[in-house]
Design a protein around this ligand. Structure first.
Ligand SMILES: Cc1cc2nc3c(=O)[nH]c(=O)nc-3n(C[C@H](O)[C@H](O)[C@H](O)COP(=O)(O)OP(=O)(O)OC[C@H]3O[C@@H](n4cnc5c(N)ncnc54)[C@H](O)[C@@H]3O)c2cc1C
Length: 396
């Protein structure tokens, strides 16, 4: 099919099926319509156009898949491009058993299944290969015991992508397996954690004799670390798109850089120190945008770019710096809180929420280690427990 034929087909399909006014009918009325819409997108093969037809795709190459995505974007219709953005479905398609794929790929693409990541533990975050949650084989299933923490969305999830230790007699990276753990069962207890922003996005998860069928294993037993690398690559590629803005809902200028608009509104635009701060914050953002463009250009030529690994660290610095400058612009007014002070509320929320990016998905310090070792070629950090059986690794 030529590019033009494809574009015509997508545009015609959208013209026939997409009703943009569906967005305007309140959230509740929207729910059944949204699921019907997503079902239609999956059925037509537009949800994951790069995938083979057998898994609801169209077998398109990247260039043609982007034509599909662009047509969806033009009319602001959701649901396409999931072969890039749907972490769960991509990981499952790459490594899942045929039985699990047949059961879950379509519901995942339709957005009907809630998911969470059961990776971090109280004693294993940056050193994720040090996990101590265990999964013991027992006939056609595994029995899981342990504790996870910082699990976003665990309270609503139907399945968790779980890493657990299945072999204690091999070095730490080799004894891990990767599962889709059913969350709605008696052996899984979810306790919400209250965050510094007063939100409750993540949770502790206590797992006691929970059962997971062997067909929910991704990759072979003991291959979990490699499956995790696949999943982490998908996660990192979508992370930048998830940074959050202010939460007060107070209108912000769309035509002007928000920091400049805020300084103008606060009567602080003439302050030479603030002007310098604002200029630096904008320069950080601009620099990162240019670096990202350069990394994408490298990727197009088929080489993976080390510049990409600077992006997450840069995003941390941008978010902290923007929040700091917002606070400086407001001065003592930033001490106020509550709906009567939306600008202060936004500055405070952004200051606290900036830690999200500095910790989640690998801390700033770990990013610096990666850049030092893989980009600058500095000596590797010593790891005394890398090659000994995990059973002999000292805990605590
Ligand atoms: C908003 C948010 C959402 C999250 N969601 C999830 C989720 O859904 N599922 C999940 O499994 N996890 C999730 N996490 C957990 C996250 O991945 C971990 O918090 C992170 O990997 C750090 O691990 P840790 O908290 O155990 O800190 P630690 O690893 O204990 O680190 C503590 C401090 O020591 C530093 N440090 C550690 N090792 C080194 C080293 N080798 N060199 C230099 N410095 C070092 C760290 O940078 C950090 O400052 C989430 C975290 C956040 C903040």
């Amino acid at each position: 099919m030529t590019d033009d034929e494809l574009q015509t087909e997508v545009a015609a399909w959208l013209a026939e099926h997409w009703r943009p006014d569906a967005r305007e009918t309140g959230a509740e009325a929207m729910a059944p319509r949204r699921s019907a819409w997503m079902a239609a997108v999956v059925e037509a093969g537009w949800a994951a156009p790069r995938w083979p037809r057998e898994w609801h795709g169209r077998g398109l190459d990247d260039r043609q898949a982007r034509i599909v995505e662009r047509e969806f974007a033009k009319v602001r219709a959701p649901g396409s491009g999931q072969d890039r953005s749907n972490l769960w479905a991509n990981t499952l398609l790459a490594r899942g058993t045929e039985a699990l794929k047949a059961r879950l790929i379509a519901p995942l693409l339709r957005g009907e299944v809630g998911m969470c990541l059961l990776y971090s533990e109280p004693g294993a975050g940056s050193d994720l290969a040090g996990i101590r949650t265990r999964a013991d084989a027992n006939g056609d299933h595994y029995v899981v015991n342990g504790q996870k923490v910082w699990t976003s969305s665990a309270a609503t999830a139907d399945y968790g992508m779980l890493i657990a230790r299945t072999d204690w007699d091999v070095p730490k990276h080799q004894g891990i397996s990767f599962f889709f753990l059913p969350m709605k069962q008696a052996g899984v207890e979810v306790r919400p954690l209250r965050q510094i922003t007063d939100e409750r996005h993540f949770n502790e998860v206590f797992i006691t004799d929970a059962v997971v069928p062997a067909e929910n294993l991704l990759g072979a037993p003991g291959e979990g670390w490699r499956v995790l690398q696949t999943a982490l690559a998908y996660e990192r590629s979508v992370m930048g798109e998830n940074a959050r803005g202010p939460r007060s809902g107070a209108a912000e200028s769309k035509t002007e850089e928000p920091l400049i608009a805020l300084a103008r509104e606060a009567g602080a635009l003439g302050d030479p120190v603030l002007r310098q701060d604002i200029a630096r914050a904008i320069a950080y953002k601009q620099l990162n945008a240019l670096n990202t463009a350069r990394a994408k250009a490298d990727l197009k030529q088929g080489t993976s770019s080390p510049i990409m690994s600077l992006g997450k660290l840069a995003m941390s610095r941008i978010l902290h710096e923007e929040a700091r400058v917002r606070t400086a612009i407001l001065g003592t007014a930033s001490l106020f809180e509550g709906p009567a002070y939306p600008r202060s509320e936004d500055a405070n929320f952004l200051s606290l929420n900036a830690y999200f990016t500095s910790i989640g998905g690998g801390t700033d310090q770990i990013q610096r280690n990666i850049i030092g070792e893989r980009v600058l070629g500095l000596p590797k950090e010593p790891e005394v427990d890398r090659d000994i059986p995990f059973r002999d690794v000292r805990a605590g």
